[in-house]
Ligand binder design. Structure first.
Ligand code: IMP
Ligand code: MG
Length: 178
């Protein structure tokens, strides 16, 4: 990696990530057997997780994306969420799974969850690879969690540091985030 390596410590390697993705997929495959699911990925961070997850799913799927703004270039949530890119599909009567790579305060997900619910789907559930549950400010029902994590700033596997590092195949934490 081109960034200052001494500040990066490996947190989850690609094999541990694969195992977490596979175990989430197993649960979803069991819960949605015979059903059709609309996966709604939250851009940009969820792209890597989403692309790995869908290849482990057996049921019929549609893939949609939303882009929400809340963090901008800051590393902590500002609390306001706006939609930059909405889903294109009509989700009325459909089973929806929101796919997120990490949940922190829960503000982003709560906003999206409520919005998708109001469109009249058969169900909406949340999938996240990583959950900083101790940081939760807003209560949001998260059904599928890959790993519960400490309050650390993570990068790699879709997670960015000011738009960089999304391409790293493993997940790192920053020793000196500031
Ligand atoms: P929340 O609204 O506070 O739950 O923020 C969730 C969003 O913040 C995630 O979708 C990520 O895009 C971003 N985020 C939260 N924690 C981290 C982190 O440790 N590294 C990179 N992005 C993060
Ligand atoms: Mg995200």
């Amino acid at each position: 990696m081109s960034l200052d390596e001494k500040n990066f410590t490996k947190y989850l390697n690609r094999h541990e990530i694969d195992a977490a993705v596979q175990s989430i997929a197993n649960r979803i495959n069991a819960d949605y057997a015979g059903k059709s699911v609309v996966l709604v990925g939250v851009l940009k961070g969820a792209i890597v997780f989403m692309s790995d997850l869908i290849r482990h799913l057996n049921m019929e799927t549609e893939v949609e994306f939303v882009r929400l703004s809340s963090y901008g270039k800051a590393r902590t949530s500002t609390g306001t969420v706006t939609i930059i890119k909405d889903i294109q599909a009509d989700i009325r009567g459909k089973h929806v799974l929101i796919v997120e790579e990490i949940i922190d305060s829960g503000r982003t997900l709560k906003f999206l969850f409520d919005r998708l619910k109001s469109a009249g789907p058969a169900s909406v559930e949340i999938v996240t690879l990583l959950d900083k549950s101790s940081k939760r400010v807003v209560d949001v029902p998260v059904k599928y969690v890959g790993r519960l994590i400490e309050d650390q700033f993570l990068v790699g596997y879709g997670l960015d540091l000011e738009e960089r590092c999304r391409n790293l195949p493993d997940i790192y934490y920053l020793k000196y985030p500031n």
